[in-house]
Design a protein around this ligand. Sequence first.
Ligand SMILES: [Zn+2]
Length: 68
Amino acid sequence: MAFRTEEVTNYKTIVICDDCKKESVLNTTPTPMGFDNKMNGALSLGYTFKDNGKRFMNYCNSCKPKHV
Ligand SMILES: [Zn+2]
């Protein structure tokens, strides 16, 4: 019988609300998620994005109304 044991590394990607700092797990993947996948994952969890002129901010569902 042959066996081989490998250690497998995964990357857990978490989106953080820039207001209340609530964290939601987007996904656990074998390679770090790219920007587009992060955006789409966050959108599917109800997060929204806002460009404040300097950078993009993430807001969760409950903080969204404060930042329209
Ligand atoms: Zn929030």
